[in-house]
Design a binder for this molecule. Structure first.
Ligand code: FES
Length: 80
């Protein structure tokens, strides 16, 4: 069983419309998207699946402390 990988900054992307599965374990090789590593590594964490309706810029949380997952809410900047 692997440990989740956390980074103290979001990944900011220009997102396109469609159903997206954002990695919440940090082990994906296709960050910020899930590549199934959470299952292969048995981390006990699943991706956040959301529907994007129009092109937009998104900040994807990589610290897992956001109150609005999968989106960054700035929690990485506050003391833990
Ligand atoms: S690979 Fe990280 S949640 Fe799926």
């Amino acid at each position: 069983m692997a440990e989740p990988k956390r980074v103290n900054a979001p990944i900011v992307i220009d997102e396109t419309p469609g159903k997206k599965a954002y990695c919440m374990c940090g082990l994906s090789e296709r960050l910020p998207y899930c590549d199934g590593a959470h299952s292969r590594e048995d981390v006990g964490i699943v991706p956040k699946v959301v529907e994007i309706t129009e092109p937009c810029k998104k900040a994807i949380c990589q610290c897992s402390r956001s109150g609005q997952l999968p989106w960054c809410d700035g929690s990485h900047s506050s003391p833990s």
